[in-house]
Write a protein of this length. Structure first.
Length: 369
């Protein structure tokens, strides 16, 4: 019974958000071309300023606006209501998120008794979110992911999906580099590997399906992860400003595409770094450099916070203790028991860390034979 009630609440909320999105979309579309250009210019300023996280933000409303899409009826915006500001010294001192402050200011204006002011504020809020989603983020490919082991976030390209075309013939699947010193050489298309082309944005794929590094180094892979996190942050900011934008098809498509890609590549980076840790331990052990203790900070990707994190644990306490591989095996087994019961992590993140601990255990279990 409780589940049915919960499902009903979700359906009602979804219906409400979709209805609000449709209303604002129709109001924007009803504006004459000149007014649309005005709203788009203000939206660009609002969106780009907001993402810079300043202490305050200014915007302007037009002198008139269409308030009824069916009849085309217009209303004026009073001169004293056209110049607006959100945020200030108090918000900066209290470190209040400007997105929250701006959203509250828009809501206040949308409840204004003058219909011109109310509608203009609503249209500008809609246009600002649309600019963030449609214009500030790359379009990406249409992709399909599958969830492994009943995970909540699909992150592996669907093997049943048809293969994509070659990047040699499709410019959208290649990095375009300008020609060198040769005149009239034109642009050089550098194709992505087939595995990368199965993702939403192939240019940010740093690891292939076997965990092999496809870019120049770990720093570049980390930069790709940061780019995907910024992409999601822009999407998050848009729905933070107007929750009804979750009903936008482009928002849903981009969120689905980048979320699966980020989780996939975040885990691949953590696994790659874990293998590097194993090699470092073996190298230092061979040189007798681990006889005074050993602690490991195991990298992992948290699919709840969508960030790279570290799980620290002690293998050998500080002191004059000779290193033997069995210590790593035992420590990995002990930490696996703790992780398996750690409900602060999602089930998929626990499985991800357990797989890394298993890799660590296997590497030194074989080394002690």
């Amino acid at each position: 019974m409780a589940e049915q009630h919960y499902s009903s609440l979700i359906d009602k909320t979804t219906e409400f958000l979709h209805r609000e999105y449709t209303v604002q979309q129709q109001l924007f579309d009803a504006q004459p071309p000149m007014l649309q250009r005005y709203f788009e210019a203000q939206a660009r300023s609002v969106a780009e300023t907001l993402l810079q996280k300043p202490s305050q933000i200014r915007f302007s409303l037009p002198d008139k606006v269409v308030v009824d899409p069916k009849t085309g009826r217009t209303e004026t915006v009073p001169a004293e209501e056209r110049e607006q500001m959100a945020g200030g010294l108090v918000d900066r001192l209290t470190r209040t998120d400007l997105t929250v402050v701006l959203r509250a200011r828009f809501k206040e204006l949308e409840q204004h008794p003058k219909p011109g002011t109310a509608v203009a504020a609503g249209v500008l809020r809609y246009a600002s979110c649309r600019h963030m989603i449609s214009n500030m983020l790359p379009g990406g490919r249409t992709v399909k992911y599958v969830a492994l082991d009943e995970e909540e976030i699909p992150s592996e390209p669907d093997p049943a999906a048809p293969d994509v075309g070659s990047a040699i013939t499709e410019s959208t699947d290649a990095i375009v580099e300008e020609g060198g010193a040769e005149q009239n050489r034109g642009a050089l298309q550098v194709p992505f590997v087939p595995y990368a082309r199965r993702f939403f944005l192939p240019q940010w794929i740093a690891f292939d399906k076997d965990g092999k590094l496809l870019v120049g180094g770990v720093a570049e892979a980390e930069a790709d992860i940061a780019s995907m996190q910024h992409f999601l942050q822009v999407l998050h900011t848009s729905v933070g400003l107007a929750a009804y934008f979750v009903a936008d098809k482009e928002y849903q498509r981009k969120r689905y595409g980048i979320l699966g890609q980020l989780v996939n590549q975040g885990r691949a980076l953590a696994i790659y770094q874990t293998r590097e840790i194993i090699q470092t331990i073996k190298r230092r052990a061979a040189s007798g450099d681990l006889n005074r203790g050993l602690s490991i900070s195991l990298p992992y990707f948290d699919d709840q916070s969508l960030k790279m994190k570290e799980y620290p644990f002690e293998v050998i306490p500080a002191g004059r203790i000779m290193f033997v591989p069995a210590f790593v095996v035992r420590a990995a087994q002990e930490e696996a028991v703790k992780i398996a019961q750690d409900t602060r992590l999602s089930a998929s993140t626990r499985n991800h860390i357990l797989a890394e601990l298993c890799t660590l255990e296997d590497a030194f279990h074989s080394a002690r034979k």
